[in-house]
Design a protein around this ligand. Structure first.
Ligand code: ADP
Ligand code: MG
Length: 259
């Protein structure tokens, strides 16, 4: 039975997509079978694998609206063991469309039901919002991975994210397991980065919510998407690649925690 992990933070630019793309690739290169579900209409995860989002026949939108089967929507990437259900702008109206349906929050869960067993890991990449799509991802996933950027105010949005998670927990009467909180875009030369790390340790380390792996700010991670490749393929020796391989190992070993 595959483990579904939603990578979630309503703040843009904190490394959600970079984390999905490179963690999924790390696990695939380690021999796991992996599916990426791109739930962001901006489709950055889709293009990061060199897929042209303007030429897609089927997308996640077609799958969640029942136009096609979810198996038909999943296409192979150029990396062995790694598939993606791509996205494009057609998903941008989906939030409103879904919210008009009965039981709108379980649509993604029901959609993925036909495919999760074919993979070891399924990663859901999300847009920077706490809307209907995010609630659907919370319901559909076994755990949540929260990237937090080493930046001032980084922790502010986390309180809102945690209350959304708690709200959904209450509605569904079941706790949302947390895979872990991941410090991203870390620059060890800056005091700010070190301060954010200290804060995260203070709040989350004692409850075992914080990943030991830290993702450094690394130019290779930022360059790779424009080459249509995950950083692991674009520059296998980079510090970014090494960090995501470490994260993948931690994901395999780590038990989920409750907030
Ligand atoms: P999100 O999906 O949360 O909006 P992205 O993963 O797209 O965030 O990252 C935002 C921008 O920062 C992108 O241009 C990405 O290439 C870059 N980026 C992400 N993580 C790193 C990193 N560790 N080092 C350098 N650049 C990064
Ligand atoms: Mg993104």
């Amino acid at each position: 039975m595959g483990e579904v992990i939603a990578v979630m933070n309503q703040k843009g630019g904190c490394g959600k997509t970079t984390t999905v793309v490179n963690t999924a690739t790390s696990l695939a290169l380690m021999g796991k079978s992996v599916l990426v579900v791109d739930m962001d209409p901006q489709a950055n995860a889709t293009t990061s694998f060199g897929i042209d989002k303007t030429k897609l026949e089927n997308t996640i939108y077609d799958a969640i609206t029942g136009k096609i089967s979810v198996k038909k929507a999943a296409i192979p990437t150029f990396i062995k063991n790694l598939f993606i259900i791509p996205s494009n702008m057609s998903l941008s109206g989906a939030g409103v469309e879904l919210s008009e349906k009965e039981n709108y929050h379980i649509i993604l869960k029901n959609t993925l039901r036909g495919i999760v067993d074919l993979f070891d890991y399924i990663f859901i990449d999300l847009p920077p919002s706490l809307g209907v799509i995010t609630v659907n991802a919370l319901v559909a996933s076994d755990s949540v991975l929260i990237p937090i950027q080493a930046e001032y105010y980084a922790l502010e949005g986390v309180a809102d994210l945690i209350s959304t998670i708690k709200l959904v927990e209450k509605r569904l009467r079941s706790p949302t397991p947390i895979k872990g909180i991941l410090l991203t875009l870390y620059d060890k030369r800056t005091r700010l980065s070190r301060d954010v790390h200290k804060e995260l340790k203070k709040y989350f380390e004692s409850r075992n919510l914080l990943f030991k792996t830290i993702i450094p700010r690394n130019i290779r991670l930022a360059e790779a998407p424009s080459h249509g490749k995950p950083c692991l393929i674009y520059d296998p020796e980079s510090t970014g690649t090494k960090a995501y391989l470490n994260l993948a190992n931690e994901i395999i070993e780590r038990d989920n925690q409750v907030l």
